[in-house]
Structure formats: structure tokens, C-alpha cells
Design a protein around this ligand. Structure first.
Ligand code: G6P
Length: 598
């Protein structure tokens, strides 16, 4: 949520800022801006709208500097506008600041500053920090930033520059992500490592309360009391090309297509018994009395899939929780419990807070995350990385699949009685199955032509298929803005059936053969009300195939792996429906990839 970029080094900053911002645009895209300092001259350029608007605006200017900072915004305080865009400056235009997070006490600070005759032009909390920096200026940028930081409540990744100390950037973090890229004689700052990967793969992930002072391509790390601290440099093995579109129109499309390849990586080295890549082995897993799966959005839907698996193989109750709810109730978490927190970014604020709650109550926390070195990865007791590479499209696809496969691999290693052996023995076939499933795209495109103008679309399924239906509906909502709703198929008749009328599309996933007859009966119920049925299943679902308007046939496999690959047609439906409607697929309105605020 909000993208941050900063540069100090021998190169001209502007092109680096713009390329970084273009890689960060998925984090927020309602406005963007840059600030460069050249001696005692501070230039700030910012524009409402996507980054392309700023780029066009900058074409007519020639702003230069020896350091620079840039930001792409997802509005929290104040509407998207030129004035509310970052960077923000103080009244004398001597400090420039960019910020990700929310300053909770900004209104009090603002009142106090107004009493002291300072004025404000934006509605943002960030401008308050810029003005406060000028009020508290004590002759040294680092000292001033530390002083101001002590008076801030809330969350931030802050990056500050000033003409009062040209050549210096000071940055710090509290809950919002901030990464330092360490190059040869140059230093980068970013809210996400993918933004600076083309320049360096050596990263330091700042921890809460860490600050950094950067001068001429060198840096020193401090805590808030100005004690010098050290942090390990991590080498990120993602390829730059993975964060690019590879000739496709959209990241989401590219990310759907590359799933066979990335799942190969998720699986690699993790199938063999006693694999060191599996963070918790059976002996320990057996001791857990309860499992809490906690996550948000797509990751929560992935957790619904894990529930059945873990209950089956470990024989302990599993509760799947929305992190945003879990953190505000009083769940009865015990010391012998396992918390599985799932997150692509590893930076989702609610999931982080839920992790703290689990840890405070003594549970062992295992994080399934994609972004190496992210906050959740660092907080958790054990980590399982998804290894699906950077995911840029806001609508998660390959990370979701990675989350399913990650849980499958854990369940395989915890399955002491071989309850799900059939499925697990075939995990290594998954990349091939995913590749074969891609062949459905042409048929899905044709189906999408028939439904893209509909206002309401329903997704139904039973058991693991319900978990999938929930994700299929979310995908469609996120990028096509159609009303899509997922239902456990057996629940239809308890209310929603009233909404089914002639031509209403109902998409049914039927991977669970043992539930096929029941699901087929539910399909009959919607057909009787005139629904247009699109069913997804394998060759064994002949009865369902015969009664459906459209039938997408999946390659043959066992029930569990069939569920996993069933998401691919649902991803294609969301993509093609949104594309036919001409929507902005990678950057859907009102949303952001990583939600680092409450
Ligand atoms: C945002 C994204 C979703 C994502 C959710 C959780 O809402 O738009 O796609 O599922 O956050 O993100 P996480 O990084 O924790 O998986």
C-alpha cells in the first residue's frame, strides 16, 4: 500500500525513481510524485492519476539532483489529488517527505502546529510530519527525524530529504515495510525489493524502529535512540525478468501462464522425506492440539483449502480466521497450538497483528509467505516460502496456487497414517497438470464472451470446491467489478436461490468426486430456475457434464490435485471477463496489492 523509492549515488536519480515507481505502481496508483535535491534547490513534481500522468508531465521538465525520492499513493487521508500526492513539503519548501502508513496522532500535531502559525495545503497526515520536521529542526537531519519520530503514533515507512542538509536521506520504519538496496557506491530505498532488483540483489530489510542515514551512496543504521545497529544483508534470488510482463498486456495474465513453472519451484526439494525445506516435521506437528489458520483476502481462501487437509492428516481441529476479525476478539489460543499465517506480501497489517496475538498466547507460528525477508517471515517461529517469484498483478493468482501447494506439502509431511497418500504421491505431477489445464483458455474465452455483460454471477461448490468458489468469486469481483458471490452448494436453497433467474450464470466446480451426486443435485436446482450453468470437472463427472450449458474438462488426476488445478479456469474467467469489459486489470479501482494499514 503506497510505493516508496529513494536513491543516493553517482547516477541521475530521476530515471531510477521512475523505473522503481513503475514496478511499485501495483501498491497504489491514485497519484505519484518525486522530489529531487540539487544543492539548496528542492524540486517536487506530483500528479493525481496513474504514473503515466506524472511521466507525461515530467517530459516537459528537466529536474535534476544528486539524491531523489519518489512515491506512488493509495489514499488514506484525503482524496486522490495533486495536492494530496506525495512528496510533501514544509511551509518553507526545505523538507521533502514520502510516507507509507498512517500517523494516528496527526490531527493533534496539526492543531498544535496551526497554533504556532504553520499552515497546511493538503488533507494528509504526511504533510503534518514534514511541517513538524521544520519546527523541530535542530541542525542535523538524522537527529531531527529521530526527534519527530518519537512524537508519532501509528505506522510509517518514512523517507526524508532536506535542502538544509543536501546529499542526505534519512528513512525509518514502524510497521510499514522498507528495504535498503546496497549497490556499489549507491544505495536504494524501496517498499518492495522487486522495485530495485534491476540495480542490486543485496537487500537489508529494516525492522520496526530501524532508521538509516544515507550520504553519497553510503549508509549507517540506527535505532530510534541513535545507537548504531547492524542488520544482515540478504541476497534475493529473484530474476528481474520475473517482475516484468514478458510481452503480455497484463502482469496478471503473465502470472497465470507461468504457474506451472513457479509451482515446480515451490515443490522443489520439498517432497522427499525429512526435507530440510519443510519447517515443521511430523514429530513436532503431532503435538499441536489446535491449528489456527489466519489470513486476509485470497490468502484466507487458501486457508479454507488447508483446513480439510490438516484436520484429516493430524486429527486436530483447525479454525480458519480472517485476520481483521481475529485480532479484535479473544480467541482461546493455547501454548500447544499452531498458528499458520498465510500472506503473499508478508506485510498485511491485520495478519501481522494476528501473528502478534498468536505469539503472545504462546502458539508456535508458521508463516507461509512469498516475499523473502518480509515482516511476517521475520516474526514467525518457522517459515515456508512459496517461491513463486514477485507477484505484481493486484489480483493474486500464482501466489494463491503456491499457498495451496505449500499447505499440500506440509500436509504430506504430517500424514503419518498415509490417509491422503494417493494425492501426495502425485504432487510431483502438478506442474504438468497445471500446464495441461492451460489448454482450457480458448474455451473460457468463448464462455466469457457469453457472460461478461451480466451483473451477477454465482460460484458454487462443496467441500474443497467451496474454498475454490470463494476465490473464484473474489477474482471476478476484484478486476471486473461485477457482483460475484460464492456459496457452499448446499446452502443455495437457504436463501440465494431466490436470486437465480433466467440466464443467471452459475459456475460450479466439481473436483470432489465423493460429493459429485450432491453437487449435481444442487446444479439441477439452479437449472430448474433458468440458470446458465458453467461446470468445471474431470472426465468422471458425465452426469454433470450432460446437464450443464458449458463443461470445462480438466486433465485426470486425484480429487485433491483436481481441486488445485480447478482454480486455473476460474482465473481465466476473471481475466477474460474483465478484459472484455475493458477494465484496468493489474490495478483495479480502490484496491492495492499490499494492505499495510488497518
Ligand atoms: C490485498 C490484496 C489481495 C490479498 C490480500 C492479502 O487485499 O489486494 O489480493 O489477498 O491483500 O494480502 P497478503 O499479501 O497478506 O497475501
Amino acid at each position: 500500500m503506497c510505493g516508496i523509492i529513494g536513491y543516493s549515488g553517482p547516477k541521475e536519480p530521476l530515471p531510477i525513481l521512475i523505473s522503481g515507481l513503475s514496478r511499485l505502481e501495483y501498491r497504489g496508483y491514485d497519484s505519484a510524485g518525486v522530489a529531487l535535491i540539487d544543492g539548496d534547490n528542492l524540486s517536487i513534481e506530483k500528479k493525481e492519476g496513474k504514473l503515466s500522468v506524472l511521466k507525461e508531465h515530467l517530459e516537459g521538465t528537466s529536474i535534476k539532483g544528486n539524491i531523489g525520492i519518489g512515491h506512488t499513493r493509495w489514499a488514506t487521508h484525503g482524496v486522490p489529488s495533486d495536492v494530496n500526492a506525495h512528496p510533501h513539503a514544509d511551509n518553507a519548501n526545505e523538507f521533502a517527505i514520502i510516507h507509507n502508513g498512517i500517523i494516528e496522532n496527526y490531527a493533534e500535531l496539526k492543531d498544535d502546529l496551526i497554533q504556532d502559525d504553520y499552515s497546511f495545503i493538503s488533507e494528509t497526515d504526511t504533510e503534518v510530519v514534514a511541517v513538524e520536521l521544520s519546527r523541530k529542526w535542530n541542525g542535523e537531519l538524522l537527529d531531527t527525524v529521530l526527534d519527530v519520530a518519537k512524537s508519532l503514533d501509528g505506522t510509517y515507512a518514512l523517507v526524508v530529504t532536506s535542502t538544509k542538509q543536501p546529499g542526505t536521506i534519512v528513512a525509518g520504519r514502524m510497521m510499514s515495510p522498507l528495504v535498503l538496496g546496497v549497490g556499489e557506491g549507491e544505495v536504494f530505498l524501496a517498499s518492495d525489493s522487486a522495485a530495485i532488483l534491476e540495480y542490486t540483489n543485496k537487500m537489508i530489510f529494516l525492522e520496526n524502529g530501524d532508521f538509516v542515514e544515507i550520504n553519497d551512496g553510503n549508509f549507517t543504521l540506527y535505532d530510534i535512540e541513535k545507537n548504531v545497529i547492524t542488520r544482515d544483508i540478504q541476497v534475493i534470488d529473484w530474476e528481474v525478468s520475473e517482475a516484468e510482463k514478458a510481452g503480455h498486456d497484463h502482469f496478471m495474465y503473465k502470472e497465470i501462464l507461468e504457474q506451472a513453472e513457479v509451482i515446480e519451484r515451490t515443490i522443489a526439494g520439498r517432497i522427499e522425506e525429512n526435507s530440510t525445506e519443510i519447517p515443521i516435521h511430523l514429530d513436532k506437528a503431532k503435538k499441536f492440539e489446535k491449528i489456527w489458520i489466519v489470513a486476509c483476502g485470497t490468502a484466507y481462501h487458501a486457508g479454507l483449502f488447508g483446513k480439510d487437509l490438516f484436520e484429516k492428516v493430524l486429527g486436530v481441529p483447525v479454525s480458519v480466521e480472517l485476520a481483521s476479525e481475529f485480532r479484535y476478539r479473544e480467541p482461546i489460543v493455547g501454548e500447544n497450538d499452531l498458528g499458520i499465517v498465510i500472506s503473499q506480501s508478508g506485510e498485511t497489517m491485520d495478519t501481522i497483528a494476528a501473528t502478534e496475538l498468536l505469539k503472545e498466547n504462546g502458539a508456535h507460528v508458521l508463516a507461509l509467505v512469498n516475499v523473502v525477508g518480509s515482516s511476517l517471515a521475520r516474526m514467525a517461529d518457522s517459515v515456508f516460502y512459496l517461491h513463486v517469484g514477485p507477484e505484481i498483478g493486484v489480483a493474486s493468482t500464482k501466489a494463491y496456487l503456491g499457498m495451496l501447494v505449500g499447505q499440500l506439502l506440509l500436509a504430506k509431511h504430517w500424514d503419518s497414517d498415509d490417509k491422503l497418500a494417493v494425492a501426495f504421491d502425485e504432487i510431483s505431477d502438478l506442474p504438468k497438470l497445471i500446464e495441461q489445464t492451460m489448454a482450457c483458455e480458448k474455451q473460457i474465452k468463448d464462455i466469457s464472451e457469453k457472460i461478461y455483460k451480466k451483473n451477477d454471477i454465482y460460484f458454487i461448490g462443496r467441500g474443497l470446491d467451496y474454498a475454490l468458489a470463494a476465490e473464484g468469486a473474489l477474482k471476478l469481483k476484484e478486476i471486473s467489478y461485477l457482483h460475484a458471490e460464492a456459496l457452499a452448494a448446499g446452502e443455495l436453497k437457504h436463501g440465494t436461490l431466490a436470486l437465480i433467474e433466467d440466464g443467471t450464470p452459475v459456475i460450479v466446480t466439481a473436483s470432489q468426486n465423493h460429493l459429485l451426486d450432491k453437487t449435481t443435485s444442487n446444479v439441477q436446482e439452479v437449472i430448474a430456475r433458468g440458470a446458465y450453468v458453467i461446470a468445471i470437472g474431470d472426465n468422471q463427472s458425465k452426469k454433470l457434464e450432460n446437464i450443464s450449458d458449458e463443461y470445462v474438462t480438466l486433465p485426470d488426476s486425484n480429487e485433491i490435485l483436481t481441486t488445485v488445478i480447478s482454480i486455473i479456469p476460474l482465473q481465466f474467467i476473471a481475466y477474460h471477463v474483465a478484459n472484455l469489459n475493458g477494465e484496468s486489470i493489474d490495478q483495479p479501482r480502490n484496491l492495492a496489492k499490499s494492505v499495510t494499514v488497518e
